[in-house]
Ligand binder design. Sequence first.
Ligand code: ATP
Ligand code: MG
Length: 593
Amino acid sequence: MTRWTQFFIPTLKESPADAEIASHQLLLRAGLVRKLAGGLYTYLPLGLRSLRKITQICREEMDAAGAIELWLPHLHPADLWREGPRWPAVREVMYRADAAGEAGAKARGAQEPEFVLGPTHEEIITPLARAEITSYRDLPKNFYQIATKFRNEIRPRYGLMRAREFVMKDAYSFDADDEGATRSYLAMKQAYTRFFARCGLKTISVEADTGVMGGSFSDEFMVPAEVGDDDVFYSETGGYAANRQKATSALVPADLRDAPPEGALEEFPTPGVVTIAALAAAPYGVPATQQFKTLIYVGDGKPFAIVLRGGDELEEAKLGALGFGLWRPATAEEIRPVMGAGPGSLGVVRGTIAHPEQLAGVYADHAIRLIGNGVTGANRDGFHLRHVNVVRDLAVTQFGDFRSVRVGEPDPKSGQPLQLCRAIEVGHIFKLGTKYSEKFGATYTDAQKQTRMMVMGCYGIGISRTLQAVVEQGHDADGVIWPWTTAPFQVLVTLLDPAVPAALERALELAAAAETAGADVLVDDRDERPGVKFKDADLIGVPLRITVGGRGLKEGIIEMKWRAEKTVARVPLAEAADRVRAAVAGARAAAPR
Ligand code: ATP
Ligand code: MG
C-alpha cells in the first residue's frame, strides 16, 4: 500500500489555461502529467502507474497472440530511411540529428544528418528480418516493442493525444504467404479488441486508408469522442464503419446505365466565371450537380487530372490508390502550359486539352456518371462547354472513388443512411504485403528451395494516447472515473483524522484487507480538511473509496463509495474488512479480461 504523504500527487484546483479538453485538463489537475514544452510531457508517479498498467495489459495480449517482444533503437541511421519506400513522405515528420551538428553534416558533404529519431520502425525491423530469417521454417514471426516514438507533429495538442514524444506499441509480422499474413492480421485485430476492452475503453474498428504505409488493407480502432481528430462514417444498423479518408457510399447504383448524348458539344462564353457557384448562378443557372469539376494535381512530379461532380469534394487521401508516392495540388503556373487555361476553366473533353500527353492520367470519380450530360470548362479562359457526355466526350483514363461521402448517403454494405461522428484513433493495423520486403530484400527460401518475399503486416497502438482516451471517456465534472484495470490505484482509504491512533489503525487494517484481496491501495493520510480530501479523491478518480473517521468510529461505522456511483454505504465496523474484500473481489471478477 502507498501512503499519500510518502508519495507525490500534486493536484491542482484550477486547470491550466492551455488545456482545452477535459482529459487534458484532468491529466494535469489530477497530478498525472506535467508539460515540459509543446508536445512533451513528464509522467508523474500517478500517471506512470496507469501507463504501466496499460503497457502490461498490452504486453499480455501481444504475448497471448504469439507476438515476441524485442527492443529496437530509437536513433536510426538516416540512410536506412532513405533506402526505404516512404522517405519523401515522412522526412519532415522525423527529428533529424547529426552528432557533429548541422555544420558536421555539411562538412561531410552530406545532404542529410546522420541519424533520425524513429517515428515508427518498419525501416529498422525489415532489415533485421532480412538478416536473421532465411528459411520458411523460421516463419511466421511477429515482433513487437513498447517504446517511445518521436514525430515532429505540426500541431501538437490536447496533451498526450498528439504529442511529439509518445509511447507506442508497434508490432511487425512476417509470413511466408498472403494467407499467413491475413491470419497474422486477424490475430492482431482480435488482440486489439481484447486489449481495448480490458483497458475499459469502448472502441469501434473502422476500415481505414492505408496512406503512406501502402499495403492492402487496414483497420483503425477508434474511440468515439467529440474532441477526436478523426471523422468516422458509420451506419447504425448496417454494420458499416470507415474513416473519412476511406469511406464510400452506394450513391452510384451498381446497375447505373450511362446516359446517351443529348446533343452536340457547344462552347459558350462565361467571362470571369471560375467557380462552381458562379456557373450555378444567373444568368447561367447550371446546377452544381450538372457541372464537371476538373482539378489538376502533381503526383511524383507529373501532373494528372481529377474529375468530380461540381458539388462534390475531393478526398485527397483516396488519390493514394493511384500509386503515387507523393501528391499535391498543381499551381496555376503548372496548370496553364498543360491544359491551355487557368483553374476554373478546365475540362477533360477530348481535343480541348493543350498537351494531353503531359498528363499522367485523367481520373474520374464514379459519381460523374450520374451527370450523364453536363457542363465543363473548355480549357479556354472565359468559355465553357455544354452537352458534354461522360462516355462520348471525356478523356477518362480510369474511374475510381475519389469524392468525400456525405451524411445521409446510403452505406455501401446495406444502403442504410450514413452517419458521422468524431473519434480518437487509438490503434491502427495494416496488412502491408511485400512493399517493405521488396525494398529491403527481405526474402526466405521455401520448401522447394525457391526464394520468396516475406509478406508483412504492421500494427500500432498509441499507449500514451490510450491513457488519455480512457480519461476522456471516463470522467465527470469532479474528475476522472477510472476503470478498475487502468486505475493508478484501485482503492483509496480516506483517513479523516490521521491524528486519532484508532482511526489510523483501522484505516491501515482495511487497506491491508483490500491489498490482500488484490487491489492497489492508496491511503490518504494527509493532515487536510475532509473537504479537501474528498475533492482530491473525486479528482484522482480511484474506483473505490473507503472513508475512516473519528466520528464514524464512534458510531461504529466506516463508509464505502464507488467513484462511478452516487450512494455511500455505511458499513458496520465488524463487517468492514469482509465487505472490503468482497468489493475488491467483485470488481476484479467484473473487470474484462
Ligand atoms: P494520427 O492519424 O492520429 O496522426 P497516425 O495514423 O499517424 O496517427 P500511426 O502511424 O498509425 O498513427 O501510429 C499508431 C498509433 O500511434 C496511432 O493509432 C495513435 O494511437 C498513436 N499516435 C500516432 N501519432 C501520435 C502522436 N503524435 N501522439 C500520440 N499518439 C500518437
Ligand atoms: Mg494511423
